[in-house]
Design a protein. Structure first.
Length: 236
């Protein structure tokens, strides 16, 4: 997934108060709140009047179908933004929901305060536009993957992306259930469980009790060379 952090020229050169590539964002008025695992940070149809910066923990952003099926849009880590669609101004209500995956602390910034600051700071306005454009590019990438890639390649790419995001947040492993991985790549838990067994037997990953340790070199080779795995006994 493309995050606002990817847009920064060099994260090591950005000051500590620059979450998600927005210099000085936490200098704006904000309040901090803590959410335990499973708690909802914001829900579908909530008023979209705040941005959230993750100070600690992980969050899944979820869209739900009318019949209750869920698709994880993204996993967000420390320093990522949440609720950024409020910046588009197209809707006064949330179109997704954010749920804490760990004990998570966030900073809540009013959208009105953000835009007041952005009007005075052209760099902040430019960062906002670049960030929204990057999120749109990420959405297109997800659509392309769902249409053109099979489950094996979607899972491999998701593990690579998640590994990079976890490393950026200082985490060495990916901590997601098979159900969460299935919701992320648009599959089912049973299919993901079968693929995870195949990936482990092929040396692409190692995992134990929800801690997934991808072999990055082998996953990249699998994607680059389109190396086939043993044919699974379920449709892909």
């Amino acid at each position: 997934m493309i995050t606002a952090s990817n847009l920064a020229l060099d994260l090591n050169k950005v000051e500590q108060s620059s979450p998600a590539g927005f210099p000085g964002l936490l200098n704006l008025p904000h309040i901090e709140k803590t959410f335990w695992r499973g708690m909802t940070i914001y829900s579908l149809e909530d008023p979209a009047n705040h941005l959230f910066v993750i100070l600690k923990g992980r969050v899944k952003v979820v869209r739900s179908s009318p019949d209750g099926q869920q698709k994880i849009v993204s996993i967000r880590y420390r320093d990522d933004l949440l609720g950024e669609l409020a910046l588009t101004g197209n809707s006064a209500r949330r179109m997704d929901e954010a749920i804490a995956l760990d004990t998570t602390r966030v900073a809540m910034i009013r959208v009105s305060d953000f835009w007041n600051a952005a009007r005075r700071d052209s760099a902040l306005m430019q960062n906002a536009m670049q960030y929204l454009a990057s999120q749109l590019a990420g959405a297109y990438q997800q659509i392309e993957s769902l249409v053109f890639e099979n489950n094996h390649r979607r899972l491999a790419q998701a593990l690579l992306d998640l590994s990079g995001e976890a490393a950026r947040a200082g985490e060495s492993n990916i901590r997601l259930t098979h159900e969460e991985l299935a919701q992320l790549i648009g599959s089912t838990r049973e299919v993901v469980t079968g693929m995870m067994i195949e990936f482990r037997q092929s040396g692409l990953i190692d995992y134990k009790r929800g801690d997934i340790r991808p072999n990055l070199a082998r996953l990249k080779r699998f994607l680059d060379e389109n190396t086939p795995l043993p044919q699974p006994p379920y449709p892909v």
